[in-house]
Design a protein around this ligand. Structure first.
Ligand code: NI
Length: 227
């Protein structure tokens, strides 16, 4: 399930984030990457503790919190603190790789199982050439280059890459989610049911059948969810 999340950040927030990130101290993104990923990784990142990274991270977490599509698709239990990366100049691509399955969060000492990966685009697509996020799913590749403030949520199990940025710079925020529902199949069923119940409610109000189906949704989440 590849889900586009429109407007995780609104235009004002994107502008503010870009202003902050323009002054930040970017560093080689390779330290911290796994042994497979490090061979194909060539970008820049901000340190976890960088004040700019912290400010933008808080902004993104607030954006996620008010985004109903993110909440229903991810059913988040833990979110790895969002990080920032930049592709430009000679540090401009990240070849095919898979994200590590478990990430350690230095701040909290917690481990986060990476069920879902998410990229929030912070640069307008017209401001750079290349830089598509290409995700492989069931033998097919799909490329994403979304408007600034929009995000793509995808299974962390999928091989993916960022193609070389040949003009301008591409700044993004990325993070992982440990979901309350570990099984992608169960999460998909819950997502489809939740979306259908929302459409029923919109079209017919809270009639008895909608209430009954809402109950079924919550009973499935109770059965499959791990809080
Ligand atoms: Ni990745």
């Amino acid at each position: 399930m590849l889900i586009q999340l429109p407007d995780v950040l609104v235009a004002d927030e994107v502008r503010h984030a870009r202003q902050l990130l323009a002054t930040a101290s970017w560093a080689d993104g390779r330290p911290g990457a796994g042994s497979q990923a490090i061979q194909v990784k060539n970008n820049e990142q901000l340190a976890h503790t960088d004040p700019v990274a912290q400010a933008v991270r808080e902004m993104v977490l607030r954006g996620l919190d008010r985004n109903p599509l993110f909440l229903t698709a991810a059913l988040p239990k833990r979110i790895f603190p969002p990080r920032m990366n930049r592709y430009s100049g000679a540090s401009n691509f990240y070849g095919d790789h898979v994200d590590g399955s478990v990430r350690f969060t230095p701040e909290s000492g917690q481990r986060v199982r990476t069920d879902l990966s998410c990229t929030v685009f912070l640069t307008d697509p017209k401001d750079y050439e290349g830089g598509e996020l290409v995700i492989q799913e069931s033998g097919a590749s799909r490329a994403f280059k979304l408007p600034a403030g929009h995000a793509i949520l995808y299974p962390a199990t999928h091989v993916h890459q960022v193609t070389p940025v040949t003009r301008g710079e591409r700044v993004a925020c990325f993070f992982w989610v440990e979901s309350m529902v570990r099984s992608a199949e169960q999460r998909q069923l819950l997502f489809d049911l939740d979306m259908a119940v929302m459409r029923l409610r919109r079209n017919h109000g809270d009639d008895a059948d909608t209430v009954s189906l809402t109950g079924t949704y919550h009973n499935l989440l109770r059965m499959w969810g791990d809080t």
